[in-house]
Design a protein around this ligand. Structure first.
Ligand code: AMP
Ligand code: MG
Length: 332
């Protein structure tokens, strides 16, 4: 394996940050931890390097990447006509799991934005991402470090399993604390719009801005937000979301027809009813559930069940981001 393809399995140490920054400066692609999911990053000002991200992910060229910065002081380089709301949100939620969509500056290439006149910008909080961005000193364009349409990685092993040695370096940063992709808010129109729910909730955004934040209407391909794509964040195994009562019915139907089935639930296990059925019990709170969801889906996917039954989560605001991802996981 070439030296540049080394994978760091131990906690990231200072020399590894200088390797990462050097690779980024030379057009390399570095997978790195953030508090949401692991990202696959390249110098946002280097089109060749950004092209490699698309090719490693197998991602269509019209899907925009997020530009990651070390701090909010640099947004003026990447965006234009920045409204006060952006500074207010940045002050309150950065560094953190919030992506703000703004009109792009001339520094941003069409490759990064998929041809849109807007750019998504985020300042991540994870200390490894922070140190890497500071050492590099410029913007890092990054989507999640998974193949297009698949589940986002929430630990370095997921990135290794999925992308192998395709990234020039994988920085280790443990398990992601949020575990779901960032909240995306667009500030390009008069009214702020939530493009993707995530770790920062709709009510936190409304409270901070002191006004309503719209929800996008029906899926509109022109918006190009991941939440608008039917099959995003999907396991390979067919999955469906059903009530806990219907899980018992479905399990018995599967058992009767000789199909294997796994269950992902959060209120009670069906293990007692069907001891032969694999059942993963996730935390019964949206934060704990969000942290554990992708790793659990990956585990069940790898085990090759005929189907995955997911217990429906509450229809309440705190569960919005989890509900959104479950909805994507079962649409294919
Ligand atoms: P990923 O989370 O891997 O899908 O990659 C970043 C996501 O951020 C993309 O899928 C986009 O949908 C979203 N994004 C980035 N820039 C923009 C933008 N200008 N407008 C809307 N969504 C964006
Ligand atoms: Mg993604």
């Amino acid at each position: 394996m070439p030296d540049s393809h080394k994978t760091l399995q131990t906690p990231t140490v200072p020399e590894q940050f200088s390797s990462a920054a050097k690779l980024l400066r030379n057009g390399g692609v570095v997978a790195f931890p953030t508090e949401t999911v692991y990202g696959l990053g390249a110098d946002a000002e280097n089109d060749e390097a950004v092209r490699r991200i698309f090719s490693i992910k197998g991602r269509p060229a019209d899907h925009p990447l997020i530009v990651h910065l070390a701090d909010a002081g640099r947004i003026g380089q990447w965006a234009r006509e920045i409204p006060d709301d952006a500074f207010r949100l940045a002050e309150c939620f950065w560094p953190g799991p919030l992506t703000i969509v703004l009109r792009r500056s001339s520094l941003v290439s069409d490759l990064v934005t998929g041809g849109l006149d807007t750019v998504g910008i985020r300042v991540p909080a994870h200390p490894v991402a922070q140190t890497m961005l500071r050492e590099f000193g410029r913007g890092v364009a990054a989507p999640s470090a998974n193949r297009f349409g698949r589940i986002s990685p929430t630990c370095a092993n997921h990135v290794r399993d999925e992308l192998g040695s395709a990234p020039d370096l994988i920085l280790e940063g443990g398990d992601c604390k949020v575990g779901l992709e960032s909240t995306i808010i667009s500030l390009v129109d008069d009214r702020p719009t939530l493009l993707r729910p995530g770790g920062i909730s709709l009510s936190e955004l409304c409270e901070n801005l002191g006004r309503e934040v719209s929800l996008p209407g029906q899926p509109d391909p022109a918006l190009r937000a991941p939440g608008c794509h039917a099959s995003h964040y999907a396991p390979l195994t067919p999955a469906c979301v059903i009530t806990v009562e219907n899980i018992a019915v479905e399990v018995s139907r599967s058992v009767d027809t000789g199909r294997t089935v796994a269950v992902l639930c959060h209120t009670k296990t069906v293990t007692d009813l069907y001891p032969a059925t694999r059942c993963l019990l996730l935390p019964n709170d949206p934060i704990g559930y969000g942290q554990a969801l992708y790793a659990s889906l990956r585990r069940l996917d790898a085990d090759g069940y005929g189907s995955i039954l997911i217990e429906a989560v509450p229809e309440t605001e705190p569960w919005r981001a989890v509900r959104d991802r479950l909805c994507r996981a079962v649409c294919s």
